[in-house]
Design a protein around this ligand. Sequence first.
Ligand code: 7TS
Length: 405
Amino acid sequence: MANLPTSVREQFPILQRKVNGKPLVYLDSAATTQKPLAVIEAIVRYYSEFNSNVHRGVHQLSQEATEAFEGVRIQLQQHLHAAEAHEIIFTKGTTDSINTVAHGFRSILQPGDEIIVTQLEHHSNLVPWQMLAQHTGATLRYVPMDGRGVLDMKAYADLLSPSTKVVAFNHISNALGTVNPVKEMTVMAHQYGAAVVVDGAQALPHTTVDVQDLDVDFYAGSAHKMYGPTGIGLLYGKTTWLEKLPPYQGGGEMIAEVAMEVSTYAGLPHKFEAGTPNIEAVIGWGAALTWMNRVGVKNIQAHEDALLRYATERLEAIPGVKIYGKAPEKAAVISFNVHGLHPYDVGTLLDQMGIAVRTGQHCTQPIMDEFGIPGTIRASLAAYTTKEDLDALVKGLEKAISLLQ
Ligand code: 7TS
């Protein structure tokens, strides 16, 4: 049923460990994925063999580090099928990428302009837009979702107008797993000339992404959710937009000429990369991309889809379990509650059995408010997840229910 061989799982050293005396069952990959040995080794190799600052020295080590660093930008360009390598900006992660765009729009938006977001957003694709609206006097509008967690496309069409300047939404919801129709939503936004900003944090680990085919203006992601290190992410932007937006931060690396009074900015991508970047993480991310492509993103997707169907069937068969998020297009995340039990209590008992799930609002309070619940228990899947992990979850859940009820 699960499509990937066990040799994939064996490449993750952490999955060998025990938690509370039980073998670790890691079902919190939407928060962060575990890292294969290839990624860990690439970081060790960097520090052991060619640690140096990038884009600076004429010396050998700096050149080696720069080559490795810029090589990952090209890997990402290919991975996302971006037209140019300079359209890939390294950031701290998805949150940083979205803030970079939202901050850039401060000099573009005016009172009367509108920003459209959706009810399905992670707080990091909501709060930066609220801040932008407060700063510029623009108005924030929301696309609602239905009871399955599917966006209301009719409402979206009605919200769009010549006043719409930015439309921001996620590719895949971290709380419900909904896969949004990015291409369709982008075509609709472009009819009004609005810029489209897509939060791809949960999509890049699970699906192939072609930014030119989707025709989005910006796309954000985090390495740590796709088998890479924390503290590094990307902002893809179309050249025309990246040239238009002012930089978010000033400092070294991002300038062309500096006088005491005024400076001119460097070209892309450096304009948006002030200061020494997270070199080790970029190099680790390169190893993660190589690893993902060797396993095959489509194979990972098929593996997770099969496991998602299996987990859904098994969880639905447990009396009192209610699953949130029933979109026909859904990926790698299963959010649920048990009637009469608080998600936190269930999560705590599961942890005692070595089972790692996330409980709470998952940084998506508007979704939880819509359902009128304090949060959910969320199991999320990755390439290394097995049927046995899900059997352990079901068994653990049954035990937790019998203890708590
Ligand atoms: N957008 C989505 C859809 C996310 O799932 C997350 C993180 C972010 C943005 C922010 O990413 P960051 O790397 O900048 O932190 N989501 C989760 C989660 O679901 N559980 O923990 C973090």
